[in-house]
Design a protein around this ligand. Structure first.
Ligand SMILES: [Zn+2]
Ligand SMILES: [Zn+2]
Length: 283
């Protein structure tokens, strides 16, 4: 099997200058990159986290409570008018950070704004930030990964109002353990619960290709058994997201992972427009 064509595929997870950590790109630069790489479209999903753990206090000035939604959407419209003709789509989204203590703010934010697509992700838990390490102290890999997955389940099923479960394996990226991957066999109970919920509620499972790269000498892998299990539960919607913060990573490894999705039994990838599921045949 050769490489898949990207012509029907959307990159559904990208950050722009409207994310606190998105200063290495702009909507226009990343959209141009997506178009240049032959993708069908790109969705900008800037960060919205309502609480940042104290250990990241030195960076707090970079983290607004939320991003300027109006400015982001205006810039997406402007860029669409400039380069989005001839079928290329530029979509407006958000990556909402799930946290129990922020539930009210999250609900208000989502009901007060309209997006093409909402990704629900866990970035902070137990008032710690896995990116800066504190989360892993005193935990073995199985406890650390399992608790992260359980937290996704708890907050995602509470929210309901979202389209895509973001990076279920985020917690493995920055972990200090030699065990770098979340494998189905190690977490079958909680993964079953997550996948069943997504399948039964028409939500998408995200393959976040930012996870599958080198992190201080270890490279997490995607376990295809997770995709196969999702299929067994009747799951249909799988999205590819690069989680890019710069134009170069837009669509990163999409040929490889669209083949993985196909070999797990899916004929389509997915994206969302106006919060409705759209299916894109794998070329
Ligand atoms: Zn994220
Ligand atoms: Zn992201």
């Amino acid at each position: 099997m050769g490489t898949s064509s990207l012509q029907n595929i959307f990159d559904t997870h990208n950050h722009s200058q409207f994310s606190f950590d998105g200063k290495r790109t702009t909507v226009e630069q990343s959209a141009s990159s997506a178009k240049g790489k032959g993708l069908a479209g790109i969705c900008f999903t800037d960060h919205c986290d309502f609480f940042v753990p104290p250990m990241k206090a030195a960076y707090e000035h970079l983290v607004p409570e939320t991003f300027d939604v109006e400015a982001q959407q205006e810039e997406i419209r402007r860029t669409g008018d400039k380069i989005g003709n001839q079928g290329f789509r530029i979509l407006k989204g958000v990556e909402i950070g799930l946290q129990k203590k922020c539930r009210d703010s999250i609900r208000d934010f989502l009901s007060g704004n309209s997006f093409d697509q909402v990704i629900a992700s866990v970035h902070y838990l137990d008032d710690t930030d896995p990116f800066y390490g504190g989360y892993y102290e005193g935990k073995d890999w199985k406890t650390a990964y399992g608790h992260y997955l359980e937290t996704i389940y708890e907050e995602m099923t509470w929210l309901g109002d979202f389209d895509i479960m973001g990076h279920f394996d985020y917690v493995a990226r920055y972990a200090p353990y030699p065990q770098a991957s979340i494998l189905y066999k190690d977490f079958s109970d909680i993964l079953d619960a997550l996948l069943k919920y997504l399948a039964e509620n028409g939500k998408a499972l995200e393959i976040n290709t930012k996870t599958y790269q080198d992190y201080h000498g270890r490279t997490p892998v995607l376990d295809i058994n997770i995709l196969k299990r999702f299929r067994e539960y009747g799951g249909e919607a799988v999205t590819l997201g690069s989680d890019s913060h710069d134009p170069g990573r837009v669509g990163d490894k999409f040929s490889l992972y669209s083949e993985t999705v196909r070999s797990a039994g899916f004929g389509y990838l997915a994206h969302f427009e106006g919060r409705s599921l759209c299916m894109d045949r794998i070329g």
